[in-house]
Ligand binder design. Sequence first.
Ligand SMILES: *Cc1c(COP(=O)(O)O)cnc(C)c1O
Length: 289
Amino acid sequence: MDRKGIIFTNNGFVHSSTVHYPYEERGLQFGDGIYEVVRVYQGKCYLLEEHIDRLFRSANAISLVLPFSKKELMEHFITLLQLNSFTDDGIIYVQITRGSAKRNHIFPKVEPNFYAYVDHYPRPVDFISHGISVITYPDIRWQYCYIKSLNLLPNVLAKQEAAEQQCFDAIFHRDEIITESSAANVFIVKDQSLYTHPATEQILHGCVRNRVLTLARNAQINVIETTFTRKDLLDADEVFLTSSGIEVMPVIQIDGKTVGSGTPGAVSRKLQKLYEQDAQLVTLQGGIS
Ligand SMILES: *Cc1c(COP(=O)(O)O)cnc(C)c1O
């Protein structure tokens, strides 16, 4: 039995067991492609338009012309969920590469390759409730981190180092400035104000980051998009990460040092609650928010 069932590809909707990738493929040989991960709650996409907009921005940034419109892709995702009778919590993963061609750095004149699948992905409720430990790690990535590109080697190395130290994730710093984590955006709370790195080329502009900023502003929390240092991170009252997979994830230990009181703080809790309401989730305390 194939876990992923029907997937969406260049050849339409096909069973995933029938998909075979050529070895001369731009994504495989050059990392020459982009991707998105869309959160699915109870079979429905959350922040779908935001993800699709970002996919098109990423494509544009690497001069890749996508073989579908935004509206078409949105419809394909809905069809994908329907064909798989998917009503669980999960993710849609979609990637598009510059296609299959004889190995040569120059862009080939071929059609892009793409696929999208849906997979189960439960909310990491234990971690969300209790918080996680992280390490800090030098940001050795390139200058265009706002592109959700397939080149994830620095992210992989950072996350692996975190895992080897029994930590959940690695927070990147470029020199002393905190950028983001291996796969999520980073926020700190100091004296009731919320800080996060501005949406420059140095970070991925997270859909959840954006939404959390809006939720915070609407809740009259003072929001400051500015750079902060590793020292500010270690001195923060609260720290949390955001992404489609981990929502608003409190960080309670960094490089072995306790954050704040050592438990998720009040601002983090408040934003978790607002996130759950926004995504129409059953709250971790039980009941519909
Ligand atoms: C995908 C990603 C995020 C989070 O983006 P969301 O849209 O919030 O899921 C943050 N940082 C990096 C490096 C990412 O790849």
